[in-house]
Design a protein around this ligand. Structure first.
Ligand code: MN
Ligand code: MN
Length: 359
């Protein structure tokens, strides 16, 4: 019999045995989450075969048009995670208010925060989407969690991860000691350890940003991107490639495997929104994963995991990836805020397109 790599279930049970103070309830909760991800993977894989009229399209609380699969994925997460007795409450991108565990089920100590279907605008074009989740502990004695109960910084996460529904279905998790990736083996219906101890490569020549927002970027982000685009002839002395999948799960997974920088920075398109990605169920779990894989995650001005949320649906700027690249962008923000980055702070520069001028 050939050597077999562990399934997700076996891995988290053995990891619990290796970790003396690990709560078995957390292991059980992760097991429920992987079941939900299998159901969502199956629903997503049906693509256009799904009956789009099954759930009426609605507008979610962020004002985006919901695809029916967003709603279906949300219901799957609730259904698979509410019954086990490990949770005190849930918050989802798709629900304005926290979800209370039905009285029929026992309560537990954990809070689950999730984006049931990330990148769902990519569904129409059959590009990778995913599920992002973050596990927090409810303060002792919490009976009925309110939105305030969830407002904990990312450093309080006891586990975080995401599933990818792409050419292969995967789960990537961290329980605070490294990052591990599992690939769904369709022959046995189980996620199997394929990417143990993921480490973000430090050498990189890729960056990911939505360049169509260039005119709204702040000078430090223009500074960084302009240097990348100048390639070998520029100060970086290396030719960069640009990548942008527009599914955070796919972009972050690429960074885990190949290194590089992912930016959804603060921009001036809609000043009422300081960033695009949601702190609690996008930025925080991704930041934990990236830091645990040796990378860094910042808003440009603050470590993401240190932010104390004010709202469960709060948005933040996100700059994450290889540590040295994140540190470079953070340094450009500091220089700009201190008035030291004169070239990239001039009004003249703001009117010129990097992509046009430097092409
Ligand atoms: Mn999302
Ligand atoms: Mn979503």
């Amino acid at each position: 019999m050939p050597h077999r790599t562990p399934t997700f279930s076996k891995f988290i049970i053995e990891d619990q045995r290796r970790t003396p103070d690990r709560d078995p309830n957390l292991t059980a909760l992760l097991n429920d989450i992987q079941t939900a991800c299998k159901y969502i993977a199956t629903a997503v894989a049906r693509g256009a075969l799904n009956d789009d009229t099954a759930v009426e399209a609605q507008t979610n609380i962020q004002g985006e048009r919901q695809k029916p699969l967003d709603v279906i994925s949300n219901e799957i997460m609730l259904r698979e995670c509410e019954w086990g007795g490990k949770l005190c409450g849930m918050v989802s991108e798709e629900m304005e208010e926290p979800y209370a565990i039905p009285h029929a089920y026992p309560r537990g100590d954990y809070l689950l925060v999730f984006d049931p279907l990330d990148g769902s605008s990519n569904l129409d074009v059959n590009v990778t989407v995913g599920t992002i989740f973050s596990v927090l502990r409810a303060p002792a004695g919490t009976e009925q969690p309110t939105a305030e109960t969830f407002l904990q910084p990312g450093t309080s996460q006891v586990a975080a991860g995401f599933a990818l529904y792409g050419p292969a279905s995967m789960i990537v998790i961290s329980l605070g000691a490294g990052v591990h990736g599992f690939t769904l083996d369709p022959e046995i219906g189980a996620y199997t350890l394929t990417h143990p101890d993921m480490r973000i490569p430090t050498e990189t020549c890729e960056f990911a940003i939505n360049a169509s927002n260039e005119r709204f970027w702040e000078p430090p982000v223009r500074h960084y991107v302009s240097e990348c685009i100048q390639g070998k002839a520029g100060p970086r002395e290396v030719d960069f490639n640009m990548r942008w999948v527009a599914s955070a799960v796919a972009d972050v997974f690429r960074i885990l495997v190949r290194g590089g920088l992912f930016m959804y920075p603060r921009d001036m398109k809609d000043p009422s929104k300081p960033g695009r990605l949601r702190l609690m169920y996008e930025a925080n779990p991704m930041a934990m994963i990236v830091e645990q894989a040796g990378g860094a995650a910042s808003t440009g001005r603050e470590r993401i995991l240190d932010i104390v949320p004010r709202d469960v649906h709060e948005r933040v700027p996100v700059i994450l990836g290889s540590r040295s690249e994140v540190e470079r962008v953070v340094a450009y923000h500091q220089a700009y805020d201190n008035g030291e980055d004169l070239v990239f702070s001039t009004p003249l520069f703001k009117n010129r397109s990097l992509l046009r001028v430097l092409a």
